[in-house]
Design a protein around this ligand. Structure first.
Ligand SMILES: C[S@@+](CC[C@H](N)C(=O)[O-])C[C@H]1O[C@@H](n2cnc3c(N)ncnc32)[C@H](O)[C@@H]1O
Length: 194
């Protein structure tokens, strides 16, 4: 899918038949999570954003082999798509293992920052979910600070088990499998649009 001179893009008509909801995955890597969610949720329209060409190719193979009709691919920087989507047009956003940019001078490159959190708040319908996973503890704290700092998101975690355990519908990503094999702890953060 492409953007028409950065004009607003209503995502619902991209899918036939009309989807019950539209979900977005940012930085899908090899696309294993996106393809599995599309298989499990055939009534949902899924958009995946990824500029990494090898990853796009891997997802396209999955779409072909699994005959997935409910996936659309934006092969570019997700910020461009976010800017073009209308208010409340998404029911779920997945941001799974975003690049941690650990050096302080690179923190401004992190995908989660006040401007993007404000955009997520604009795009998610009430009750919609922003799902973030990371194996980078400082990035996990950063995400909590910035997402909860915005005020439009609730984080219903009651205990450590709530962020240490993956959600029931979780699909392990390639990056996650490598991180766990290296002994890393994974943080699963689910924020809900008020
Ligand atoms: C650490 S990898 C994780 C990939 C995948 N989510 C996984 O868990 O296996 C981060 C991914 O985010 C993608 N990415 C980075 N910046 C992006 C952006 N602005 N828009 C879309 N994707 C982006 C990278 O190309 C990379 O594939």
């Amino acid at each position: 899918m492409t953007l028409d001179a950065d004009r607003p893009l209503d995502p619902t008509p991209l899918f036939v038949p009309a989807p019950s909801a539209v979900w977005l995955e940012i930085g899908f890597g090899g696309g294993e999570h996106l393809a599995a969610q599309a298989t499990r949720n055939p009534g949902v329209g899924l958009i995946g954003c990824e500029p990494y060409v090898n990853g796009i190719a891997q997802l396209l193979v999955r779409i072909r082999d699994q005959k997935l009709g409910n996936v659309r691919v934006f092969a570019d920087d997700a910020h461009r798509l976010l800017a073009a989507l209308p208010n409340r047009s998404l029911a779920r956003v997945f941001l799974l293992f975003p690049d941690p940019w650990p050096k302080r001078r690179h923190h401004k490159r992190r995908f989660i920052r006040p401007e993007t959190v404000a955009i997520f708040a604009r795009l998610l319908a009430p009750g919609g979910e922003l799902r973030v996973a990371t194996d980078h503890p400082a990035l996990g704290r950063w995400a909590l600070f910035h997402v909860l700092g915005h005020g439009d998101f609730a984080w219903p975690a009651q205990s450590a088990a709530d962020w240490r355990k993956p959600p029931a519908d979780w699909v392990e990503t390639r990056y996650e499998a490598k991180a766990k094999a290296d002994g890393s702890v994974v943080y699963y953060l689910r924020f809900f649009r008020r």
